[in-house]
Ligand binder design. Structure first.
Ligand code: CAA
Length: 259
């Protein structure tokens, strides 16, 4: 499949797929087509047996500077309702394989929300995270008031959402929003390293573990624990569980087959 606003490398490393946002002049502003392309590419990578982890990145200057303001400016509420742009985001959220955002430069508005939709975030020292929608007379619409608040807490989320202030990569790491901060020349390598490490594990166990962690955002504790337990028991139906445990006992490296 060919795309206009993204580049896809289905094997940036063994079992690791890469999606690169590619609207550099517009700082990767997320227009509807670009989001649709990310959704399509993720669907394909999610189905591909040779992919076990996925990275989404931008370029050194911008991961993404938000939803495309020029595309939205003239719309009214009914247009927005009919277009229902965030249903695309809902499908992205359903990706079964782990997604790592490799972020450098601006991750603002929808850009910050897109990286929060990923499972982990690796950033360059130059990354800046923000929800500046308040500066243009609106507010976050793709999870910025919810995922950000859960990640960094009320005080910091309120400040970012109500003042539009950005936070640095280091501040984002301290606040628990992101996993790692590395020099700008290393952020993609670091994300590949992390994805490759995940790709060595049993894919079915990774999928169920991801699903279980995400459940923590949707349920109360008891229901979440019940869901976790079912997934844990279910993994004893896999060959990978036998292989993983036997390899430990036999003091060798496991060879997982996704079975
Ligand atoms: N939408 C459309 N175009 C954008 C854009 C956006 N979100 N962000 C940047 N651009 C465009 C600029 O218009 C400019 O295009 P032209 O050269 O044609 O004028 C180009 O990208 C480069 O941007 P700047 O010249 O502004 O670059 P800068 O370095 O001076 O500033 C910036 C960088 C601080 C990121 C600034 O571009 C900016 O504030 N961008 C908007 C950030 C924002 O408000 N994001 C939230 C969008 S709303 C949203 O995301 C809703 C949601 O919840 C989904």
């Amino acid at each position: 499949m060919s795309y206009e606003f993204i580049l896809v490398n289905p094997q940036v490393a063994p079992f690791v797929g890469l999606i690169q946002l590619n609207r550099p002049k517009e700082l990767n502003a997320l227009n509807l087509q670009l989001m649709g392309e990310i959704k399509e590419a993720l669907l394909q990578l999610d189905e591909d047996e040779n992919i076990r982890a996925i990275i989404i990145t931008g370029n050194d200057r911008a991961f993404a500077a938000g939803a495309d303001i020029k595309q939205m400016a003239g719309r009214n509420a009914i247009d927005m309702l009919k277009i229902d742009q965030f249903s695309t985001w809902d499908s992205i959220r359903k990706t079964k394989k782990p997604i790592i955002a490799a972020v450098s430069g601006f991750a603002l508005g929808g850009g910050c929300e897109l990286c929060m939709l990923c499972d982990m975030i690796v950033a360059s020292e130059t990354a800046q995270f923000g929800q500046p929608e308040i500066n243009i007379g609106v507010m976050p619409g793709a999870g910025g008031t919810q995922r950000l608040t859960r990640a960094v807490g009320k005080a910091r989320a309120m400040e970012m959402v109500l003042t539009g202030n950005f936070i640095t990569a280091e501040e984002a790491r301290e606040a628990g929003l992101i996993n790692k901060v590395v020099p700008v020349q290393l952020y993609l390598d670091e994300a590949i390293k992390m994805a490759s490490k995940i790709a060595e594990k049993s894919p079915i166990a990774v999928q169920m573990a991801k699903e279980s962690v995400l459940k923590a955002f949707d349920t109360g504790l008891q229901e979440g624990l019940f869901f976790e337990r079912k997934n844990f028991y279910m993994l004893f139906a896999t060959e990978d569980q036998k292989e993983g445990m036997n390899a430990f006992i036999e003091k060798r490296k496991p060879e997982f087959k996704n079975k």
